[in-house]
Design a protein around this ligand. Structure first.
Ligand code: SAM
Length: 356
């Protein structure tokens, strides 16, 4: 819920007379540089994944943002250019379900010339319709969330009775459109889909796509997270390794979220994202721009910094750039390193709003 946004002027005051950004390397208080930007283009989704947007909370009465509150494509593109000027190398469009935002390929076409690695995370439900247009508009890569290959399990997890076959068709459409490899995200929840780990690995081996297992996280405050429900990545790797020998692979770059492993027989690679059992805050280089233009320095943040007022108040790009730089320089977050059962209960911003 967008109820914890602090105006940017407060953020600036907190940094005590932030200096003008001088074009130098941007580092936060822990020496981390800014590299990735995630942009949530809508807080709505057609799925009600129990671990993300549980249907008893995100129901017909849920106060989703009105259209006027959303950043326009022009506003997003303008901010994205400022972020790239500050060193951002990768932009991920997400949400909510980003493909629910009308004419998303238009936004992709506006962002592509910035030259950042442009990626999208989607539930895949409408990819058959959109994959070719996204490719033509200049999108570089796609990640599709798919928690189970078993239809009954998948329908239960998305809680929208959505069939697995249509997501598989979407992944095929993405590959046909030239997105290769597609990354497949599988969030594991104990007793729900963890019995399908090896089966999923077998299915995606040799497909050219990359399966990534994600530990169930305590994002937001509505998903009923319990440590007992988390399947540690070490267990995932052990189970897969028993079926298909694997070995670690080097990270593509510092701060990469997924730890890479490859099959020793050359059948491709898998990834594990272990935010709970092996916190990777130390290298975290991500900023998040919420659907209505607030800046969040951590996925587990309780407060954002309002950029939209600056944007709509007529501030020039330089002022917006200085404000973003000040927020990054003051950044101190390391939630996953200090997570406890108590912090997990804190009221945090929802992932659908902040961008997954
Ligand atoms: N709707 C898109 C999708 O389904 O991919 C994009 C948004 S979704 C919030 C982004 C990613 O976050 C998905 O891969 C989803 O599975 C993951 N996610 C959501 N809630 C999570 C949680 N509590 N723990 C771990 N991953 C989560």
């Amino acid at each position: 819920m967008p109820d914890k946004v602090i105006p940017i002027k407060n953020a600036l005051r907190a940094t005590v007379a932030a200096p003008r950004y001088d074009g130098g390397a941007l580092a936060d208080t822990r020496g981390r540089s800014l590299r990735d930007l995630r942009i949530s283009v809508t807080d709505r989704c057609n799925f009600r994944c129990t671990y993300c947007m549980p249907s008893h909370v995100f129901d017909a009465d849920y106060p989703f943002l009105p259209h006027a509150a959303l950043l326009s494509f022009e506003e997003i593109a303008r901010l994205a250019a400022v972020f790239v000027g500050l060193g951002v190398k990768k932009i991920r469009l997400t949400g909510g379900e980003p493909l629910l935002r009308k004419d998303l390929p238009l936004l992709v076409g506006m962002l592509a010339p910035l030259g950042a690695d442009l990626t999208l995370t989607t539930n895949g439900s409408t990819l058959v319709k959109h994959a070719a247009a996204l490719k033509a508009a200049g999108l570089n890569r796609i990640t599709v969330s798919l928690d189970s290959l078993d239809d009954a399990t998948f329908r239960a997890m998305n809680d929208a009775d959505f069939p697995v076959a249509r997501v598989l068709d979407g992944i095929a459409a993405a590959a046909d459109a030239g997105f290769a490899p597609v990354k497949i995200n599988m969030v594991l929840k104990r007793g729900v889909n963890d019995h399908q780990i090896v089966e999923a690995a077998r299915y995606w081996r040799d497909s050219g796509h990359i399966l990534r297992f994600i530990e169930f996280m305590d994002v937001g405050s509505t998903n009923g997270w319990r440590m007992d429900d988390v399947i540690p990545s070490a267990q995932v790797l052990r189970r897969i390794g028993e079926a298909f020998p694997i070995e670690p692979a080097d990270a593509n770059y510092t701060g990469e979220v997924a730890e890479r492993w490859r099959y020793q027989d050359g059948a491709g690679e898998i990834g594990v994202i272990s935010s709970v059992t092996q916190a990777f805050c130390r290298d975290c280089n991500r900023l998040r721009l919420s659907t209505e233009g607030s800046l969040y320095t951590c996925l587990f943040a309780q407060q954002g910094h309002d950029l939209k007022s600056l944007l709509r108040g007529g501030a020039p790009d330089e002022a917006i750039r200085d404000a973003i730089a000040a927020v990054w320089r003051a950044r101190d977050d390391r939630y996953s390193e200090i997570r406890t059962a108590e912090t997990a209960k804190q009221r945090k911003v929802e992932m659908s709003y902040i961008g997954g």
